[in-house]
Design a protein around this ligand. Structure first.
Ligand code: KG4
Ligand code: ZN
Length: 337
């Protein structure tokens, strides 16, 4: 059973082919980062147009690499995401489904992220706690089984990746700023600035990053006024990164203890952060699972593997599903909807 996975929810066109028995056969990605960088963020119209331009060639490339003419099923990201961008992937999946007489499977983007470690040699067993941290989300999810998700905590304002990106911008780094900020932080002191660890002392499991973002902004303004921004950039980056990571790890450990999880999956773009990985490994008593670095950020492979696990939901290609907003809580066990 070969499943083609199509990801077009934001600014990466991802395509992959996954075999339910033998694993990943091929995977290709086109990033639009350069197109959006000049605007400092993703421009939805440009994203949709570039998905249209790149999607079919990537599908041809992946099928060619795997030596397969057509897949047995097509999984596509149906949300959450930019509606225009989602429509491109959904339209292509349904069009090819009709042409090839093969079923389609709409996939929740965040379910793709949390199932991405299933592509690794040692995949996590259920149940586990998922810390999903990306440019659009900061969530703690109790994953009791496939399709059995309970959102334990989410961000009340900015997503953590967004906070990394905005702080990076303040420090004069390009978009997306997360990796550049992490690199700059390597040369700085993470105790140079006493930044807040938002929500850590509050009840519940929600996150908030706007207070941290504002605190860094004030320090940046002070450094500019004192004419010393250049010499303080690395310290600011390191102090911000430490505060953000402390917050994520603190919340995740609290959730794991409260819900008695022995396994934590960290996924989403910020899951590529080295300090976050080190801190989770040293502070959590159980086992931590990650996707490989390439599959932390958006990709087609996570959608293909989610499709293979959701074959029971496959339907004939009749309607394009594209939902800008879609809560993980509303998903169900494959084949029961
Ligand atoms: O999952 P993703 O590719 O896209 C979304 O669905 O949002 O995540 C992208 C986010 C961006 O905010 C980027 O700055 C952040 O992940 N990111 C990082 C690192 N690599 C990517 N943040 C911190 N450290 C990193 N090494
Ligand atoms: Zn994502």
């Amino acid at each position: 059973m070969n499943v083609l996975g199509i990801e077009t929810s934001c600014d990466e066109t991802g395509v992959a082919l996954y075999n339910a028995q033998t694993g990943l056969l091929a995977d290709a990605l086109h990033s639009q980062i350069d197109l959006h960088a000049v605007y400092g963020g993703v421009v939805p119209e440009i994203a949709s147009r570039d998905h249209i331009r790149c999607l079919l060639p990537l599908i041809e490339q992946v099928l060619g690499e795997a030596g397969i003419k057509r897949p047995d099923a097509i999984a596509y990201t149906a949300g959450p995401g930019l509606v225009g961008a989602l429509m491109v992937g959904g339209g292509m999946a349904n069009g090819l489904g009709l042409a090839w007489h093969c079923p389609v499977i709409p996939i929740h983007h965040m379910e793709g992220h949390l199932l991405a470690p299933m592509l690794e040699d040692e995949p996590p067993e259920f149940p586990f706690l998922a810390l999903l941290v990306s440019g659009g989300h900061s969530m703690l999810i109790a994953v009791r089984g496939l399709g059995e998700y309970e959102v334990l905590g989410t961000t009340l304002d900015d997503a953590v990746g967004e906070a990394f990106d905005k702080t990076a911008k303040l420090l004069g780094l390009g978009y997306p700023g997360g990796p550049a900020l992490a690199a700059l932080a390597e040369g700085g002191s993470d105790t140079a600035y006493a930044l807040p660890r938002p929500m850590l002392n509050r009840p519940g499991l929600d996150f908030s990053f706007s207070g941290l973002k504002t605190a860094v902004m004030l320090e940046v303004k002070k450094a500019i006024a004192a004419g010393e921004l250049e010499s303080r950039r690395a310290d600011l980056a390191a102090s911000f990164q430490r505060a953000a990571v402390d917050t994520l790890v603190g919340r995740a450990l609290k959730a794991a203890k409260q819900e008695r999880f022995e396994r934590i999956v960290v996924a989403g773009g910020v899951g590529a952060n080295k300090l976050l990985r080190q801190e989770m490994a040293s502070r959590f008593e159980g086992k931590v699972f990650y996707p490989r670095l390439d599959f932390c950020t958006d990709n087609g492979a996570m959608i293909a593997v989610a499709g293979a696990l959701r074959l029971a939901d496959a339907t004939s290609a009749t309607e394009i599903r594209a939902q800008a907003r879609w809560s993980l809580d509303t998903l169900s066990v494959p084949g029961t909807d």
